[in-house]
Design a protein around this ligand. Structure first.
Ligand code: NAP
Length: 550
């Protein structure tokens, strides 16, 4: 409390209050008086429902209209034909300039939501989305419609920030993005339907994309990817990047190598063509990474990526097309050119496919390789998980835990998965069919049934399923290595010596692509080992030392 100020401690008089009000009005006039776009508002009310929200909405709009004639209001009763035309079934609902954008407010700007309402009017009144250039670049990647539902409440101080993000997106891409801001107190049925009891929570196309308030770019990225993003990596428009070490692959191995290389003083970068974190990002739960008794694969990846970004630039969504074996090496991607004194291939592995009829055709329509990505779509449905390793059992348990009815189909009669996972199957009511392989996956537009064959008796049977989760291991991603002329071992992994050196001096490999235990912790260990070797080799190149000795 400021004891120097006489207006405190009970001396806040009528005159001061009037002066304050004048100040507020001046501010409002400043904010709204110069708007150069009209904002037609359409309010739909039902006098028998939420009347206090109707009153609050009218009062708020009246106050704005006192300082700006750009805002107009037309009010309609719930049974007016326009309510049907705009598909309005919750009251009050306010439409902002419905001829040009698709933003509706279910509730009223009470409490904290007043800030959001003011933000909406200012953005619309000045005809600007106000988004940053990185946000704009992300939104430009969106090519299909997004129906955004943002749940807020009057007592949530974090909601206005997330609402501002959503408003900016809807204003920047009105042709594809529609937005509903939903007050959970005025609309308890919707809150119940979407399980939105902790706000802000945001859904796009009925997929939960964000819990809590986000930085603007992270919101845009979550909206684009239809999945919550926790790390924002700014895009680079450089045409050439000169490095000591170019790391290809942004899984645990590449990320760890980046941290170690940068800490050794090397100028390193990481290039990743797909999802950062590789397979870990798709692993539902990780229980064996030291320091984390239990953590989701994606949150673990986010932590690793944030950590790596403190040391090394990451270039996501970029594919290496060619490695030129000059000195320095040249790495050509679909975006730019890199030069490097050394290269680390940490390209990981990709899903193994069953190779049975129907698998490819129905991939994405019931056939899935990622339980965390697609599991929610199978709630209450019947699926099989194919495989008998850690992946198959982790996936089966994850799905069962999310109300999916799961049967594991395994080709032998013993699992190779850890006992800890096997012992939980019964508890989660996961059925198992041993000694059996999938012969065919059938369905017209979506998976309907699978044909199974018993490997002992040869007997075939058909079972009805809604989904097939394939979890039968991974193939090392060695196309680039193969094209570059690196030697592979008899199992198809990149051939390396004890120091991660490949058959070409200056090129190294680490992680699942060089074989070994294929654990997150071993991949990280291989990455650190490779980075240390690379640092030592660049200081004292073994190929030159070897030549000199010869
Ligand atoms: P994996 O250990 O190689 O197991 C693959 C499973 O799929 C095996 O049971 C195999 O059967 C079966 N399989 C292979 N090809 C098949 C085919 N064409 N048709 C039917 N079944 C087939 O692979 P993973 O489970 O994906 O694990 C890969 C590595 O990641 C492992 O080292 C694993 O420990 C690790 N991982 C660890 C965790 C964790 O620690 N949380 C989670 C996931 C993965 P057979 O048994 O008959 O060969």
């Amino acid at each position: 409390m400021n004891r120097q100020n006489p207006n405190y401690d009970g001396e806040y008089g009528q005159q001061t209050a009037q002066e304050d009000m004048k100040g507020v009005q001046r501010k409002l006039t400043e904010l709204f008086g110069n708007m150069d776009h009209d904002i037609p508002l359409l309010l739909f009310t039902d006098q028998t429902i939420n009347s206090q929200y109707n009153d609050a909405m009218r009062a708020f709009i009246r106050a704005i209209r006192e300082v700006s004639d750009r805002v107009s209001l037309r009010e309609y009763d719930h049974n007016h034909e326009l309510a049907q035309q705009y598909n309005i079934n919750h009251f009050p609902t306010l439409l902002f300039d419905p001829d040009h954008i698709s933003i509706r407010w279910l509730g009223a700007p009470v409490g904290e939501e007043g800030r959001t309402f003011v933000e909406a009017l200012i953005l619309l009144g000045y005809g600007k989305s106000g988004i940053s250039n990185p946000s704009r670049n992300i939104l430009e990647k969106i090519t299909t419609p997004r129906t955004v539902k943002l749940f807020v409440s009057p007592t949530c101080p974090y909601c206005p920030q997330q609402a501002a993000n959503a408003l900016k997106a809807a204003i920047a891409r009105p042709e594809l993005i529609s937005l509903e801001i939903i007050d959970i107190q005025a609309n308890p049925d919707l809150a119940e339907q979407y399980n939105a009891f902790s706000v802000p929570v945001c859904y796009a196309n009925d997929v939960m994309i964000a819990k809590g308030a986000q930085q603007e770019e992270l919101f845009m990225a979550s909206l684009e990817k239809l999945e919550q993003q926790n790390v924002f990596i700014p895009e680079s428009d450089a045409e050439q990047v000169d490095t000591d070490l170019t790391i290809i692959g942004g899984g645990p191995s590449g990320l760890t190598a980046g941290i170690y290389a940068a800490r050794s003083g090397l100028k390193a970068v990481i290039i990743e063509r797909g999802a950062l974190g590789g397979q870990v990002a798709l692993t539902p739960v990780v229980e064996n990474y030291p320091g984390f008794a239990q953590i989701g694969g994606k949150p673990l990846v986010d932590i690793m990526v944030s950590h790596a970004l403190e040391y090394v630039p990451i270039f996501p969504d970029e594919e290496v097309m060619e490695i030129k074996k000059n000195q320095p090496f040249e790495i050509l991607t679909n975006r730019r050119r890199y030069t490097a004194r050394a290269i680390l291939l940490a390209t990981g592995a990709s899903y193994r496919h069953l190779g049975v009829p129907g698998e490819e055709r129905l991939s994405g329509n019931g056939v899935s390789y990622c339980s965390t990505c697609d599991g929610a779509l199978f709630k209450g449905k019947e699926v099989i998980v194919v495989g008998g390793g850690d992946s198959a059992l982790t996936d089966a348990l994850y799905l069962a835990n999310n109300d999916v009815r799961v049967t594991i189909v395994h080709r032998r009669n013993t699992f190779r998965a850890q006992d800890h996972l096997v012992s939980q199957l019964q508890k989660f009511n996961v059925q198992v069919i041993f000694d059996t392989e999938v012969q065919e996956i059938r369905g017209d537009k979506r998976v309907k049934e699978v044909i199974l064959r018993n490997n002992i008796t040869g007997e075939e049977r058909t079972i009805s399923v809604d989904g097939v989760f394939v979890a039968i291991g991974y193939e090392p991603a060695v196309e680039l290595a193969h094209r570059t002329g690196l030697a592979l071992d008899e199992d198809g992994f990149i051939k390396v010596d004890d120091h991660h050196r490949t058959s070409i001096p200056g090129i190294y490999a680490a992680g699942d692509v060089e074989g070994g235990y294929k654990q997150i912790v071993t991949a990280a260990g291989q990455g650190s080992g490779a980075a240390i070797t690379i640092f030592e080799d660049l200081v004292n190149p073994y190929w030159i030392t070897k030549e000199k000795k010869a």
